[in-house]
Design a protein around this ligand. Sequence first.
Ligand SMILES: C[S@@+](CC[C@H](N)C(=O)[O-])C[C@H]1O[C@@H](n2cnc3c(N)ncnc32)[C@H](O)[C@@H]1O
Length: 281
Amino acid sequence: MIENSINIIHPTCNMAEAKPPGWTENITSMTPEAVELFRVYSKVPTDRIKEHIKHIHPYPCLATFTFLDLLITQSHQYGEVLQRIKDGDKFLDLGCCVGQDIRKLVFDGAPSENTYGADLEPEFLEMGYKLFLDKSTLKTSFLTADLFDPKSSLRQLDGQIDIVHASAFLHLFDYDSCVKAVHRIVLLFKKTPNCLFIGAQLGRLEAGSIPGSKGTEKYRHNVNSFAQMWDQVGEDTGTKWDVDARLNDEDLYARAEKMGIKAGFIPPGSRWLQFSVRRVA
Ligand SMILES: C[S@@+](CC[C@H](N)C(=O)[O-])C[C@H]1O[C@@H](n2cnc3c(N)ncnc32)[C@H](O)[C@@H]1O
């Protein structure tokens, strides 16, 4: 069973959006893991952590503080991922934003030189250093890259990555873009079995498109549609993938209503979809 502790609102990081639903301006709670990360890894005194975070992040899309959830730790594969990076596997956090999940892995013992982070927005990558105070120590390679740009700096990683993590990422796109993104992700992986794609994103009991901003659409997967997409991409690319996708029990729409939040990207039937996809051939 998937834990129900994943925060309800994970904004789309649309920088044009002035105040996303769920805007808080205040850090109401932090998990003990997040407090420990700032206290021990970043050496911020406990009583100054919240002030430090609020001081650093000026962006609306970070204003719900959900990046403090350290989503990667809720993956059932977290232990395996950590051990594999320690053993030399190359890890990429795609759409890493401020790179909190990379910092958590490094804090837990992953050699940072085996880690990569990629994001469309260079400001988020810079903000990560200011948040975690590790510019002089962290050896993660951060790339500013648009996953959909065939000439992006991600090309240098093609065929070299063992593990890709992408949380709150694929749900940003319509179905065709989602399929394109998965095709691109397959290119990043080594051509060997056991490569792993993990993450969590907004999903829905009934799969389908929902309206996005400015006439766009976003696709919400359920377990079947997510697995079918990977089957299709497997066929297209001559690869084979074992998909483990699960919808969380918690009804995110009900929770949003209870909180008085009207968020178009959380329609009825919304659940967190947690997945691991392993290459078998
Ligand atoms: C909702 S945030 C999730 C951030 C992080 N993974 C987390 O769980 O906190 C989505 C991130 O994807 C990035 N992004 C959006 N489109 C992208 C693209 N085409 N290529 C690379 N990154 C992209 C955004 O800049 C943003 O940082």
